[in-house]
Each structure stands twice: as structure tokens, then as C-alpha cells.
Design a protein around this ligand. Structure first.
Ligand SMILES: [Zn+2]
Ligand SMILES: [Zn+2]
Length: 201
């Protein structure tokens, strides 16, 4: 499902049979009601065939697999043995989080502060106006309000890669604003952005 080496998810594609997509290719994440252990998300993703498709991702695959906490084997060049990726990546992730580094972060505009976050709190993603940038609508895990940040693709795809500064849409959204992708995209293309530093500590 998720490969931590290539940082890609594998999904079905009706044209190519299989699509390998990164987190920044996700367009919309929807937590399905019902399933709780683990929670399951319906994901719409932009496929290399040119269409968007729907797929299902378990909560673990969204938030923990990119940290290597659920993965296969890798060749350890020190011991020349195949070893579980989980040990190597998992320990490292645990140490970095323990040291105050966060795998993902965003700038919460209503609170005017950076916050740690996990991909399961991402809601909508779309290419930003600047080349290679990604517009990201995030529901804040602390205040539950919505912010739109403009980030790099790596900021989304690569755990512990946090942009030094991100673009922030200066708008406090009402509870149910942004009902549609179209509203999100028009916000993304028309809004004024301000740069905010993303230093968590
Ligand atoms: Zn496809
Ligand atoms: Zn917040």
C-alpha cells in the first residue's frame, strides 16, 4: 500500500492497472463513518493517467506508514542482511518526535501559530499558483478550525521535511465554509497570501 522508500501509495487505476501516487497527489480526504479501528479514509487522488480516482486508505497507512511504522524489509548495508524497515525507521521517527521535531506541521491562521499535524487531518489539496507548490486545507487538531497553507510538495510527502516558511491564506473560515473543491480552488487562486515562519520550537 505505502512504500516508505519511494514515499508512494499504490492504488488501482482503470487505465494502467496500478497507480503509484504521492501524498501531494491526493486531492480530497474523507473519513468514512463507521469503521473506527482502524478508521478508513476515502481518498480522491490525481492519477498519472490524467483522471482522478477514488481509493481507500486506513488511518495507519496515512499517519504511520510514512514514518516506517508499518513496512517491509530493507537491505542493511552494515550487516548485509535483510531487516525489517520498521525497526530502523520507527526508532528514528520516535527519537525525532521525542526531540520535539514533527513529521508534519502547518500554520493555523485562526490561532496565528504553527501546529504539528498528521496527514489524516489534511482535507483538500490542489496545485498552487507557484510552480510545484501545493495548496493544502487542514483542519487544526487543536482548535478544529480550517486553514489554507501553500507549501512545497516535499513538505507534504516527506516526513520531517518542514518548509521554513509557508504561505497562509488570511481568512478565518466559518465552520462549513469551503463546501466544494471549486470553492477551495477559487480561494487558492484569488486569495492573498502572507508568509509565516513554521518554527515549532
Ligand atoms: Zn488512472
Ligand atoms: Zn488551530
Amino acid at each position: 500500500m505505502y512504500d516508505p522508500i519511494s514515499t508512494r501509495y499504490t492504488f488501482p487505476c482503470p487505465v494502467h492497472g496500478e497507480a503509484r501516487v504521492r501524498l501531494h497527489d491526493f486531492r480530497e480526504l474523507d473519513r468514512l463513518p463507521g469503521a473506527a479501528h482502524p478508521a478508513v479514509f476515502r481518498v480522491r487522488y490525481a492519477c498519472s493517467c490524467g483522471d482522478d480516482h477514488l481509493g481507500l486508505v486506513a488511518h495507519d497507512d496515512l499517519d504511520w506508514a510514512p514514518l516506517g511504522l508499518q513496512a517491509g524489509m530493507f537491505l542493511n548495508l552494515m550487516t548485509d542482511r535483510l531487516e525489517p524497515v520498521q525497526d530502523e525507521f520507527g526508532d528514528l521517527a520516535a527519537r525525532r518526535i521525542g526531540a520535539g521535531e514533527w513529521p508534519w506541521s502547518f500554520f493555523c491562521y485562526p490561532e496565528e501559530r504553527p501546529r504539528p499535524v498528521f496527514p489524516s487531518m489534511f482535507w483538500l489539496l490542489a496545485p498552487g499558483t507557484a510552480a510545484g507548490s501545493i495548496g493544502l486545507a487542514v483542519r487544526c487538531p487543536a482548535c478544529l478550525r480550517l486553514s489554507i497553507n501553500i507549501v512545497s510538495a516535499e513538505h507534504v510527502d516527506v516526513p520531517f521535511h518542514n518548509d521554513a516558511a509557508v504561505g497562509v491564506v488570511e481568512h478565518v473560515f466559518a465552520g462549513d465554509a469551503l463546501n466544494t473543491i471549486e470553492e477551495f480552488e477559487s480561494e487558492l487562486y484569488s486569495a492573498s497570501f502572507d508568509a509565516r515562519r513554521l518554527k515549532l520550537h
